[in-house]
Write a protein that binds this ligand. Structure first.
Ligand SMILES: Cc1ncc(COP(=O)(O)O)c(C=O)c1O
Length: 418
């Protein structure tokens, strides 16, 4: 099953074109049981076995051993930090159950995510209601279920929490720069340090326990140094809050750990070492650390299998073909928005000797925004034809739940967890 990489990316495809250099992040797993058994770049033996049965497409196949190995690698990289899996990345019950069994905690975005974790045996004391935008009745329901840790970044939200989860632990999210992130999360979330200071003092007056601060350096953050300025802001604010008579201890490092798409990314150990050094440099007393990985835990665990529906040209003289798949922006591949996330691609025709040529890759719906890659300069085999299979690698995160319920009549993305 030879792979085809996105050729626009010089790092992943240096020597022969149409090649992905090594299994996604495989080196990070080699020392940790159960070691996923990579049989091709981005594809484990278990995933290959499911694909060999020619499952109906489009479908996502996720190897939970990869998730487990990622979890162990992160624990080893940042042993002081409690891992709160960001459920939104992939809320599949078998995946969440595996993480419950491993002792993970969970960052949840909504009451249904809280109920999902609880139904799979998670302890409510290990859940954080990390969304800064919550309905009052959902705060009350979460608190009734035993959830005691809530995020906020605005006064009205804080007052809702004080009213509906009295005495709860709260942390304030800081607005920080997301430079270096391929999927930035800045602007919408967080508040300035000055506002955070005022709100933390207000939380105390409202009878809440203002335990600490959080931030998110942006998803698919490829630069481990990006945690430094955020931690510097947190350390300064901790000092100010102590001067105000508060005793913050919690530093929530957020998500942002990357997965391997086309381009190699630093391993978890590199991020862990950098964050640990920075924390040791900035804090006199070791804070309680939380890390909220989503993509970094599950991204490289999944393969999205699709079928080519049509290969066409807009004019006989055009060299660039249009390849239309049975999966697109509305059934799992929303993160191709702006061509931000560039999944490595493999097809059954790779290496068949026919050579590769440039394509525009598009989804199956009658919506013109349903184009996956146009500027990305994707090259695919010239022999590719309707009915062939094409797989997108490293698709374990932010795919199944981004699928619409039935746009143009296409069903949500099926998934298999092995
Ligand atoms: C509060 C919070 N924590 C963690 C994450 C996970 O981020 P990532 O997938 O980049 O690890 C997100 C993603 O949106 C988030 O909103």
């Amino acid at each position: 099953m030879p792979p085809v990489a996105l050729r626009a990316d010089p790092v992943s495809a240096p020597a022969p074109a149409c090649r992905l250099e090594s299994p996604a992040g495989a080196r990070a797993f080699s020392v940790v049981p159960p070691a996923p058994d990579w049989v091709a770049p981005g594809v484990t033996r278990k995933i290959a076995a499911v694909l060999a049965e020619r499952p109906a497409t489009p479908c996502l196949v996720v190897d939970l051993d990869v998730v487990e190995a990622n979890y162990h690698a992160l624990r080893a990289a940042l042993p002081e930090a409690a891992v709160y899996y960001a459920v939104k990345a992939n809320p599949a019950p078998p995946l969440v159950a595996r993480l419950v069994a491993l002792g993970s905690s969970f960052d949840t975005a909504s009451l249904p995510e809280i109920d999902l974790c609880l139904s799979l045996g998670a302890d409510p004391a290990r859940l954080s209601f990390g969304n800064t935008i919550k309905k009052a009745r959902d705060i009350a329901a979460a608190h009734d279920r035993g959830v005691d840790l809530f995020a906020f970044d605005a006064e009205e939200e804080l007052r809702k929490i004080a009213a509906h989860a009295p005495g709860a632990r709260v942390f304030c999210r800081l607005l920080i720069d997301n430079a270096g992130a391929e999927w930035p999360l800045s602007r919408k979330f967080g508040c300035s340090p000055a506002m955070a200071r005022d709100l933390m003092r207000l939380a105390d007056r409202l009878g809440l326990r203002p335990v600490g601060l959080s931030f998110h350096v942006g998803s698919q953050q490829t630069d481990p140094a990006q945690w430094d300025p955020a931690l510097e802001a947190v350390a300064r604010l901790f000092a100010d809050l102590r001067a105000d008579g508060l005793a913050p201890t919690l530093v929530n490092l957020g998500g942002g750990l990357p997965t391997r798409y086309g381009r190699p990314v630093p391993e978890a150990a590199v991020y862990g070492a950098r964050i640990r050094d920075t924390v040791a440099r900035l804090f006199d007393t070791a804070p309680d650390l939380i890390v909220e990985p989503g993509r970094g835990l599950v991204g490289n665990a999944g393969v999205l299998e699709t079928e080519v529906v049509l290969v066409a040209r807009k004019d006989a003289a055009e060299t660039r073909r249009w390849v239309y798949l049975d999966a697109g922006r509305f059934n799992g591949l929303a993160e191709t928005e702006g061509e931000a996330i560039r999944y490595p691609i493999a097809t059954d025709r790779d290496g068949d000797g026919a050579g590769c040529g440039p394509v525009v890759l598009a989804g199956p719906t009658c919506d013109s925004v349903d184009v996956l890659y146009d500027r990305a300069d994707v090259h695919l085999p010239l022999s590719l034809a309707a009915g062939d299979r094409l797989r997108l690698l490293s698709t374990g995160a932010y795919t199944t739940t981004y699928a619409s319920v039935g746009f143009n009549g296409f069903a949500p993305l099926e998934a298999h967890y092995v």
